[in-house]
Each structure stands twice: as C-alpha cells, then as structure tokens.
Design a protein around this ligand. Structure first.
Ligand code: SF4
Length: 58
C-alpha cells in the first residue's frame, strides 16, 4: 500500500533534496513548493539550477 499521500509535484525539482528546506503547501487540488530562502518564495518549477541549493544530508 502506498497510503494516501499525493506524489510530490515536479519530481525533477532540485528543491526536494535541498537543505533550505522547502515547505510543501497543499491546497485541495495541488501542492506548491515554498522556498524559505528566495524572496519570490515560489520559484518557477521545476527548479533545475539554483544558486542557493545545498544538498540535504540524510
Ligand atoms: S534554495 Fe533553491 S533549491 Fe533550495 S528550496 Fe529554494 S529554490 Fe529550491
């Protein structure tokens, strides 16, 4: 069983592995990725390059 969790949006986005860390903001119809570091908060997704990206250690 996979549970009820919706798959994360934009699987190729760097944000998912970023130490920032991003927050997932869910509405009834979609999940948005909120970056705590960028002034614009919601960068166009998928983010494939980001000067503030730091890999999250597990
Ligand atoms: S710093 Fe860059 S890679 Fe990290 S969450 Fe923000 S936009 Fe995504």
């Amino acid at each position: 069983m996979m549970g009820d969790a919706a798959p994360l949006p934009f699987p190729t986005s760097l944000c998912h592995g970023c130490a920032a860390p991003p927050r997932y903001v869910k509405t009834k119809t979609a999940t948005f990725i909120l970056c705590p570091l960028l002034e614009r908060k919601y960068p166009p997704q998928p983010v494939l390059r980001c000067p503030l990206f730091v890999p999250r250690s597990v």
